[in-house]
Design a protein around this ligand. Structure first.
Ligand SMILES: Nc1ncnc2c1ncn2[C@@H]1O[C@H](COP(=O)(O)OP(=O)(O)OP(=O)(O)O)[C@@H](O)[C@H]1O
Length: 316
């Protein structure tokens, strides 16, 4: 049986204040060795807080995190040796070259000068950065800088790499290159825990994922199983000329065979229905009497799973 390498139990984080914020509300999470595990959820769901606690940067209100058997709260210095972190923002040292950024990280973790040099050369090669070794961070594109951040984060050979929103701000091509780099980490024995609010990223990259909202895990499974849980339901997004006057149309749509829910959105209505021949034509026929401007259909996607669970769009 695979080893559980990240073990989060009963985790809770309340930020105190006049109105205390419950950022994490009793999360249990278990990640197996060499998995790529995703925390998918909208802004403010509690993803960054979870990663901050797991990587010793924040103290939980309750609960524990064990990484490779070490209690992170009780033994943060030991835990840091088995953890690598790429935070949400570029934290490369701008006054050092790419090679220095990596080798100084090795030295910080106790490597000899020769070992740090050898490890840096190995990582520059692994991440196809050798020709940029003497460049400075500000000379790199966002995609390359992100690859350097990942190379640096795993320089001390951690067991688990935490990536907080790894593709924020990257263009689509750099995003795909970053996904390939992350997938390659498995061969090096590294488990990955990442946060994202891009469902395409969660779908393309993760072996398993948890959908998080308001500090709670709503569901956890493989992307395929989560999409399969929709049981053939599709989502139809209707844009209307007068979204605020859509109640009569909503009532009509609810009476259609196969329709399970109809909800108002900022631009019109969202219809969730079991797909069947002719349904789209029925929906369009009814809605065109009510100023239909556009209709978009989404197949089983993680976005659709999120909408079904919360009634909201991941981007809302
Ligand atoms: N230092 C803090 N003090 C008070 N509230 C905080 C603090 N940090 C986060 N929060 C609140 O805790 C909740 C969870 O935030 P968190 O940053 O973990 O979410 P997230 O899912 O990572 O979102 P994002 O992608 O925007 O970082 C939010 O309501 C946020 O406003």
């Amino acid at each position: 049986m695979a080893e559980t390498i990240v073990d989060i139990t009963g985790l809770r984080k309340v930020y105190p204040g006049k109105t205390p914020v419950i950022a994490i509300d009793d999360i249990d999470l278990h990640v197996e060795d060499r998995e790529i595990y995703g925390l998918l959820g909208p802004n403010g769901a509690g993803k960054t807080t979870t990663i901050s606690i797991a990587t010793t940067r924040a103290i939980p209100t309750a609960g524990t995190v064990h990484i490779a058997g070490t209690d992170v709260g009780a033994h943060p210095a030991i835990a840091r040796r088995v953890i690598g972190v790429v935070p949400q923002y570029n934290t490369l040292d701008r006054s050092c070259t790419i090679a220095e950024n990596i080798s100084f990280h090795c030295r910080y973790f106790g490597f000899s000068s020769a070992d740090a040099k050898a490890r840096t050369a190995e990582l520059l090669d692994q991440f196809r950065l050798t020709d940029r070794a003497t460049a400075y961070p500000q000379q790199l594109s966002g995609g390359l800088a992100q690859r350097v951040q990942i190379a640096r984060a795993i320089a001390h050979r951690p067991r688990v790499l935490f990536l907080d929103e790894p593709s924020a701000g990257l263009d689509p091509q750099s995003r795909i290159a970053m996904w390939e780099a992350v997938k390659g980490l498995r061969e090096h024995g590294i488990t990955v825990v990442l946060t994202t609010h891009y469902m395409e990223e969660a779908d393309a990259l993760c072996d398993r994922l948890a959908i998080i909202d308001h500090g709670r895990i709503l569901v956890e499974d493989t992307p395929a199983a989560l999409k399969g849980s929709l049981g053939g339901e599709k989502i139809y997004e209707l844009k209307l000329d007068h979204p605020q006057r859509s109640e009569a149309l909503a009532a009509l749509l609810r009476s259609l065979d196969g329709v399970t829910t109809v909800e108002p959105t900022d631009e019109g209505l969202r219809v969730v229905a079991h797909a069947r021949d002719g349904l789209l034509a029925h929906i369009v026929g009814m809605a065109s009497e009510y100023g239909l401007r556009d209709v978009a259909t989404s197949e089983a996607s993680l976005e659709a799973v999120f909408i079904k669970l919360t009634g909201r769009d991941l981007r809302e």
